[in-house]
Design a binder for this molecule. Structure first.
Ligand code: 1GP
Length: 237
């Protein structure tokens, strides 16, 4: 964000919806009733304009009160009517396209029409070497929590990034690593990966500012979302 309060700051529980995966209208309706704080539309593979537009349109119809943000991974699928945009910067990408290359291309092409006041930079640290995003970005996955902290500190202090996303996508992460980053930075800390129960949600939400639930919704259904939202909101922070 260019100025003011980051919308992220009040979000404790976010659901990530992948346009490449099927979700029924009644599930979106249910999602609207469960008090998750926001929906983030994003994914790594198979993202097209058509699939993203369909999901966006149905969210507006069936869950009209939910804030819908889009995490942009492909500039051909940008939704003009999203409430805001997360721009991932893959801090540990081996392929610099995902660190700055694609961002420069997008600015060259769309710079004058990008609503910067609705854009948040997400400094991703990819921590699961088996995740699709690790392969796509050819990530150098940190081998120690000290290295993960160094990435986060460099992002915060050198690059001025205010949101760090610890991405374990598909795998439950190590709370000690998340805690180490928490204790050594003042960023808004987002955790995502493998949250499929109230216990895991509480454990990570107790450390991070925002937790993201993705895969479990598709694998286990809406009960997981309900259970994790309730668990997170029972914590004081
Ligand atoms: C993925 O961090 C999110 O980008 C959530 O991870 O799909 O493992 O829940 P899961």
């Amino acid at each position: 964000m260019s100025a003011g309060k980051l919308p992220w700051t009040s979000w404790r529980h976010v659901v990530k919806l992948d346009p490449d995966r099927a979700i029924a209208n009644h599930q979106l309706e249910e999602l609207g009733r469960i008090a998750t704080d926001a929906v983030l539309i994003g994914g790594t593979q198979g993202i097209t304009f058509e699939k993203t537009a369909d999901l966006m349109r149905r969210l507006r119809i069936f869950a009209p009160s939910l804030p819908v943000w889009q995490e942009i991974s492909d500039q051909s699928a940008v939704m003009p009517d999203a409430d805001g945009y997360g721009i991932p910067v893959a801090l540990n990408a081996g392929n610099t396209d995902w660190l700055i290359g694609k961002h420069v291309e997008a600015v060259e092409q769309f710079g004058r029409i990008i609503p910067w006041e609705r854009v948040v930079t997400e400094g991703y640290i990819i921590l699961n070497p088996d995740a699709a995003v690790a392969k796509l970005t050819q990530s150098a996955v940190p081998q120690s929590s000290e290295k993960a902290v160094a990435y986060a500190t460099a992002a915060e202090q050198i690059f001025g990034i205010r949101v760090i996303y610890l991405e374990y996508s598909g795998k439950y992460g190590d709370p000690d690593w998340v805690r180490a980053v928490r204790q050594n930075t003042n960023v808004h800390l987002v955790y995502g990966g493998g949250i499929d129960s109230a216990e895991k949600a509480v454990e990570m939400a107790d450390i991070a500012d925002t937790i993201v639930v993705g895969n479990a919704l598709y694998e286990k259904g809406m009960d997981v979302v309900r259970e994790t939202v309730r668990a997170v909101h029972s914590l004081r922070k």
